[in-house]
Design a protein around this ligand. Structure first.
Ligand code: SDX
Length: 392
């Protein structure tokens, strides 16, 4: 029995649910997955281990991990018919538009064989989603550049398989760079789960009606796409590129503070963290490692570092408790690895799928759970009688 947190948030909680997966202390900048600090998991664990931890509550032993990885590998391929669906999209379709479509379409293949009241069928559906997201995301990228899809190679790691399906071509062997593979795996860990964020709450609300998990995850993908949420990683890199040079940072800091300007510093601020997002710290370290390994000196990274330094010493950001979040540095790494900005949120969705399915399982397995039904404070007109159109 692990120690139970009795955390008093200091406000009358409007908690939407109980959950034992992830604990965040926004004031301390603390993030735990089943009690394990995110920085320890990012440094010492693997995405497959963290996936097992989120789904089953404990870190796996070697035999359990081997079986889990074998099981995930058995679901990495997608139905050949699903490939036809990609051809219905324009080549320049945003990968998140494709992911919304093709993940929802998985329902058409597995809806009839997914009785959500059967724990084993819930487990299989969860494994299918975790396993197929890299294949579907890589296919979205390949489709956008007019290259052929590559089938999964289950001799590779989860991250290595994804890198090969994304950047490999049939004409030659693809060699997975271990530093890039480790960085990719760590990025997946950092995005795996994050309590009741908007997209996870969307998955829970959709799932509370009894909808099949594939449709629920498609709903989560749609919510994640927004620039205030998972779309911020793409927006953050675009912002850093628009700033371009360190001397233009003050102009953007001033815009971010101007209440009449809708501009926000993308990758900054958070609904819960009023301290440094612990994931951003690991992401910044990873950016340094990847850029050093690739021998890339990206001026955008210099802009990001200077922007962070200026903002963290600015009275407005200090008073509003605005710090870099998980999305501030991730785009720099992903761009250095070779991903276009349009793929960044698809990668976030790929990694967050394990958190979504773990939270969905936690909810569905609770016999007391009911359909979600948020209420409102009504602000419209009081009751009144109908007026015929010739009297209006
Ligand atoms: C993610 O919920 C999760 O856990 C999400 C996530 C996950 O893992 O699932 O962590 C992933 O979505 C991270 C957030 C990514 N989004 C961005 O980086 C977009 C830029 N950030 C913002 O738009 C904003 O910070 C939000 C949407 C994230 C939070 O907005 P809030 O709820 O308004 O934040 P707040 O209440 O703490 O804001 C306090 C003040 C406000 O001003 P006042 O109303 O007090 O005058 O700070 C301002 C905000 O307007 N503010 C910003 C700002 N973020 C907040 N001002 C300038 N730049 C910003 N980035």
């Amino acid at each position: 029995q692990t120690d139970r947190f009795t955390y008093d948030p200091g406000f009358t909680s409007t908690a939407s649910c109980d959950s034992g997966l992830t604990f965040i202390d926004g004031d301390k900048g603390m993030l735990l997955h089943r009690g394990y600090p995110i920085d320890q998991l990012a440094e010492k664990s693997s995405f497959m281990e963290v996936s097992y931890l989120l789904l089953d509550g404990e870190l796996p032993n070697k035999a359990q991990l081997d079986e889990f990885e074998y099981t995930i590998n058995r679901h990495t391929m997608v139905h050949e018919q699903l490939k036809t669906l990609y051809n219905g999209f324009r080549r320049d379709a945003h990968p998140m538009a494709i992911m919304c479509g093709v993940v929802g379409a998985l329902s058409a293949f597995y809806h009839d064989s997914t009785d959500i009241n059967d724990p084993e069928q819930r487990r299989i559906a969860s494994h299918r989603l975790i396993a197929k997201m890299p294949t579907l995301a890589a296919m979205a990228y390949k489709y956008s550049i007019g290259q052929p899809f590559l089938y999964p190679d289950n001799n590779l790691s989860y991250a290595g398989n994804f890198l090969r399906m994304t950047f490999g071509v049939p004409a030659e062997d693809y060699v997975v760079d271990p530093v890039i593979e480790r960085a990719m795996d760590r990025i997946f860990i950092l995005h795996a789960d994050h309590e009741q964020n908007a997209s996870t709450s969307t998955v829970r609300l959709a799932g509370s009606s009894g909808a099949n998990p594939f449709a629920c995850i498609a709903a989560g993908i749609a919510c994640l796409w927004g620039p205030a949420h998972g779309g911020a990683n793409e927006a953050a890199l675009n912002m850093l590129r628009e700033i371009g040079t360190v001397d233009r940072i003050p102009e953007y800091i001033a815009r971010a503070k101007d209440k009449n300007d809708p501009f926000r510093l993308m990758g900054f601020g958070h609904r819960v963290y009023k301290n440094y997002d612990p994931r951003a710290k690991v992401m910044a370290q990873t950016a340094t490692e990847v850029l050093d390994k690739l021998g890339v000196s990206d001026p955008v990274f210099d802009v990001a570092r200077k922007l962070e330094e200026i903002a963290l010493n600015d009275p407005y950001f200090i008073e509003k408790k605005l710090y870099p979040n998980v999305d501030f540095y991730s785009g720099i790494i992903l761009s250095a690895i070779g991903f276009p900005t349009t793929m960044f949120t698809a990668l976030f969705a790929l990694a967050r799928t394990v958190g979504w399915v773990a939270q969905w399982n936690e909810m569905i397995s609770d016999p007391a759970q009911k359909i979600g039904r948020p209420r409102q404070l009504y602000t419209g007109p009081t009751q009144r009688d109908y007026v015929p159109v010739d009297k209006r």
